[in-house]
Design a protein around this ligand. Structure first.
Ligand SMILES: C[S@@+](CC[C@H](N)C(=O)[O-])C[C@H]1O[C@@H](n2cnc3c(N)ncnc32)[C@H](O)[C@@H]1O
Length: 322
């Protein structure tokens, strides 16, 4: 389907959607390095203006609108999260684009903290606003590890279906591709991908100066259990790679699973399931930030496959079938 992508960042979600067969017709992000990365790796259909200043008439029509509106105000990694945080209101830009473009479906994604913000009040308001544009919605917090990502990244994903479309059943959430080996679940799926396996093919950055983005922060290692200072178990998926959802502020860079240095940007990208030939523009700090803000492409791929199923499930009644 044709897709409009808001808050597209470096394009993690979009890459997954493209791999699932979708066509991104227009994307937008205000972060220049991320837009440059997007342009080089995905396509030139990306606009770098502030969404607030883009009239809907500048945006082409599409079947689907996707967007991970900025999450700083929602993040559980941010101590100062408050219901009144102004940055939370950018989701209204997504509501506006959906109202004006009237796509068949939309996908809104975010950090899991959005669910508990203001004891659920914020999410209720967001859902009410999306429903007010004429959509039925359903949501779930998904674990990226269940979709082949070597990271236990929890992501809130909401599917919106335009009210005039009828479906016998809604294929939501996306179908898992991997399983938690510690649970007694069906063995028909492969086990979660471990961070040790995901990074095993990378040589040490000092030995491979030609691998793009393969340099790392020399920030001192500590092991105090706090975010970014944890021992990384090579036999499990990594903990969440956290960013702030914008082009500012530091990024928590995980320790390499050998626990002898921090991960290079290339390795952090692999933990997010970006392919090794996806190149990040800008400084190393900027690359870390673009990676940390992204939806893992493999989760995006499973969302894209689900969208194909949702489109197939719609009862399009025509004169011929009556
Ligand atoms: C969580 S990130 C989205 C990441 C993206 N979904 C991906 O998979 O890579 C949120 C993005 O919103 C962008 N953003 C923040 N304020 C914006 C604005 N006013 N207009 C356009 N983009 C904005 C940020 O630059 C950031 O890249």
């Amino acid at each position: 389907m044709n897709v409009i992508s808001l808050f597209s960042g470096a394009g993690g979600l979009d890459l997954g959607l493209v791999h699932a067969g979708h066509d991104i017709v227009w994307a937008n992000d205000i972060y220049e390095d991320a837009v440059e990365t997007y342009r080089k790796n995905i396509g030139d259909h990306v606009d770098v203006r502030d969404i607030v200043n883009i009239p809907s008439s500048d945006i082409p029509d599409a079947d689907v609108v996707v967007g991970g509106f900025p999450c700083q105000g929602f993040s559980v990694a941010n101590w100062a999260r408050t219901v009144g945080d102004e940055r939370n209101s950018l989701y209204r830009e997504m509501v506006r684009v959906i109202r004006d473009k009237n796509p068949k479906f939309f996908i809104a994604e975010n950090v899991k903290g959005i669910v508990s913000l203001g004891k659920g009040e914020v999410l209720n308001k967001i859902i009410e606003d999306f429903r007010g544009t004429g959509y039925r919605t359903q949501w779930k917090v998904l674990n990226s590890a269940d979709y082949g990502v070597p990271q236990k990244r929890m992501r809130f994903v909401m599917l919106g279906i335009r009210e005039d479309l009828t479906l016998n059943s809604v294929p939501f959430p996306p179908i898992s591709t991997h399983r938690d080996p510690s649970k007694n679940e069906s063995k028909s799926l492969p086990d979660w991908v471990t961070v040790g396996d995901a990074l095993a093919h990378f040589p040490e950055p000092e030995d491979a100066p030609n691998i793009p983005n393969h340099s790392y922060s020399k920030y001192k290692l500590r092991f105090n259990g706090h975010l970014g200072h944890r021992f990384i178990d090579p036999l499990k998926p990594a903990p969440t790679v956290t960013g702030r959802g914008d082009d500012k502020g530091g990024v928590v860079v995980l320790h390499h699973p050998g626990n002898h240095r921090r991960m290079s940007a290339r390795e952090l990208a692999a933990v997010q399931s970006f392919p090794d030939d996806f190149i990040f523009e800008g400084t190393r700090t900027s690359a870390y930030r673009q990676i940390a803000n992204a939806v893992p492409p493999k989760l995006g791929h499973s969302i894209g496959i689900m969208l194909n199923e949702v489109e197939r499930a719609v009862n399009y009644t025509t004169c011929e079938t009556l």
